[in-house]
Unconditional design. Structure first.
Length: 86
């Protein structure tokens, strides 16, 4: 079992403290996080490290899962020339 934490992107808007839980793996953690998530955006952490962001994109419960917001914010955008594929 691994330790997971669901943090809400804007906890002040939802009065939601981070939720700590354990799961066997990422798939189980993501399924549990999807079921308990309140609000429109959250970040999922595994053993203290951000692993993905979640955003509710539809009222019927469709979630968009992507890169962790904290990594996106820390990653500078650098324009570069496309590299050829080998």
């Amino acid at each position: 079992m691994r330790d997971y934490e669901l943090r809400y992107a804007e906890p002040a808007d939802h009065n939601s403290a981070p939720v700590h839980f354990q799961a066997v793996g990422f798939a189980d953690a993501l399924d549990y996080a999807r079921r308990i998530a309140r609000g429109a955006q959250a970040d999922l952490y595994q053993d203290g490290h951000p692993i993905c962001s979640m955003e509710l994109v539809n009222d019927v419960g469709v979630w968009l899962v992507g890169r962790p917001r904290s990594l996106v914010a820390e990653t500078p955008l650098i324009a570069s020339q496309p590299q050829p594929l080998d």
